[in-house]
Design a binder for this molecule. Structure first.
Ligand SMILES: Nc1ncnc2c1ncn2[C@@H]1O[C@H](COP(=O)(O)OP(=O)(O)OP(=O)(O)O)[C@@H](O)[C@H]1O
Length: 470
């Protein structure tokens, strides 16, 4: 009599998506399964139930599964998971198989897994310093870029995001084609960090085959240093990520490929393809965050930074003595520390980098005042005009006078701008009064527009400092 092989499978679960189980039998509509019970989510693994604290019998409807078949686990005869660095090789390729493979590697300190040419990164939320050392960086560059090996050199290496950077540099330097790297994932997945790791590595690839120096090229340094600026103005604390990018970006790294006429081009002896500059396109800034955010979240970092700045009254003397709560758009926050640094220290760093890219003196003053104007606009309130409910008048007179003084605009003109809308037809221009709700809406739109434009202006300044001239 032949012994029946244990059928290690997965079943759907509303809490954990997929659970490992053992299939005991089935009829036309249902499968009978034994489900190992683990201590907690972390300890749920594919191990044939060896570390489970008990078992439960269950019956699952086959109609919940693709073609009525329960997906099988990628395990050996004793039920232990067989982990694959490249998921193209998974014997059973399905969602549950992918998730448990990634979970196993993640648990073993391996945040990267390959699927063909794609690298999947599972955010470890702790720095595994040993996988980002200079030695590791140059090994990936040497083997993937500079050594002309037969076959796929990746087969001898652990999957790593350095593989993506090295292969794109190689494609650019030796095949001559432009390269694109797409980094995608949900909020907090680690996209921004991955881009930094990738850019740093591209910089070490261009140091050439024999480089062992950790010295960064000035271009890359400038590109990476501009990051805190984009983060100050474009990032905010959300419930998922304390430093969440609230805009999309397309970073173009510009390489000088040398003179193609010279034999040196495509030489494997020397790097002739060198980083000359970078350009960033920013889009879809979450402008709405300027005027409102969830209680557990924050608006853009720069607002807290400026309120916390030691020298804030330099930008507007009325900032002296103010707190986050002094401004409706900013409001109470449960933290004054982002990525281990206080808002006040971040501000000093923001100003230092701004000055480095040429935003200093009057330009710096204007930028900061634009930010303060946005905050002050949030403090303007409206009430119905006693003579006509459809008209509104400004209720917060002192805040309004401060705003006008800050903007250097006469109060009468500003009041008209905030409480009336100008309509234009083909033959005439006329004013429509705004009720308090509409006036508030218009004021908020004005604040969002100023912030959005200041952000794009800043991106242009960064590009002026980092883009290659030709
Ligand atoms: N490779 C990594 N090693 C260690 N920690 C990491 C790594 N990648 C990301 N993290 C951690 O995860 C946090 C969130 O990462 P990151 O800001 O890159 O996410 P994101 O995908 O860009 O999020 P968002 O879309 O919200 O901007 C980082 O602040 C860092 O603490």
């Amino acid at each position: 009599m032949t012994e029946r092989k244990t059928q290690y499978c997965f079943i759907r679960d509303p809490e954990f998506a997929w659970l490992p189980a053992i299939k005991e039998g089935n009829n036309n509509t249902h499968a009978q399964v034994k489900v190992p019970q683990y201590k907690d989510e972390q300890s749920i693994v594919c191990d044939g139930g060896k570390t489970a604290k008990g078992w439960e019998e269950d019956e699952v409807p086959l109609s919940d599964y693709n073609k009525g078949v329960l997906p099988m686990q990628n395990v050996n005869a004793s039920g232990d998971l067989k982990s694959f660095p490249d998921m193209v090789n998974l014997p059973f390729l399905h969602e549950a198989g992918i998730l448990y493979n990634l979970k196993d590697r993640h648990g073993n300190g391996k945040p990267y897994t390959r699927t063909g040419d794609i690298i999947i990164a599972v955010n470890p939320f702790q720095w595994f310093k040993e996988i980002y050392t200079e030695k590791v960086r140059s090994r990936y560059a040497r083997i993937l870029v500079w050594e002309n090996t037969e076959g796929d050199p990746r087969s001898q290496m652990e999957p790593h995001v350095y593989e993506t950077s090295a292969l794109s540099y190689k494609g650019l330097a030796f095949d001559g084609g432009d390269q694109s790297i797409l980094v995608s994932g949900e909020s907090g997945a680690g996209k921004t960090e991955t881009v930094k790791i990738c850019m740093n590595h591209i910089a070490s690839c261009q140091q050439g085959p024999r480089s062992s120096s950790s010295e960064m090229s000035p271009v890359v340094q400038r590109v990476l240093e501009s990051n805190p600026l984009l983060e100050a103005f474009g990032n905010a604390k959300t419930v998922r990520n304390d430093n969440s990018s609230r805009f999309g970006k397309y970073i173009q790294l510009q390489f000088d490929k040398g003179d193609k006429g010279q034999q040196e081009f495509r030489s494997r002896e020397k790097a002739t393809c060198v980083l000359a500059g970078s350009k960033c396109d920013a889009y879809l800034l979450e402008k709405n965050r300027v005027v409102s955010h969830e209680a557990a979240e924050r608006t853009f970092h720069i607002f807290y930074q400026i309120v916390a700045a030691k020298d804030k009254s330099k930008y507007w003397n009325k900032l002296a003595g103010t707190t986050n709560e002094s401004f409706r758009f900013v409001g109470k926050t449960d933290t004054d520390t982002i990525e281990g640094m206080k808002d006040a220290d971040h501000f000093a760093n923001t100003v230092r980098v701004l000055e480095e890219i040429g935003v200093s003196g009057d330009r710096l003053m204007t930028l900061m005042q634009a930010i303060i104007i946005v905050m002050q606009l949030g403090n303007i309130t409206f009430v119905p005009d006693s003579k006509d409910d459809d008209h509104s008048v400004i209720a917060s007179q002192r805040e309004f006078s401060d705003l006008c003084e800050l903007m250097c605009v006469p109060e009468a003109s500003m009041e008209v701008a905030l409480t009336e809308r100008t309509m234009k037809t083909r033959n005439e221009t006329y004013k429509v009064p705004l009720n308090p709700a509409k006036a508030l809406e218009a004021t908020e739109s004005f604040a969002k527009e100023i912030y959005g434009r200041a952000f794009l202006w800043l991106v242009r300044c960064i590009n002026d400092a980092t883009a290659a001239e030709n």
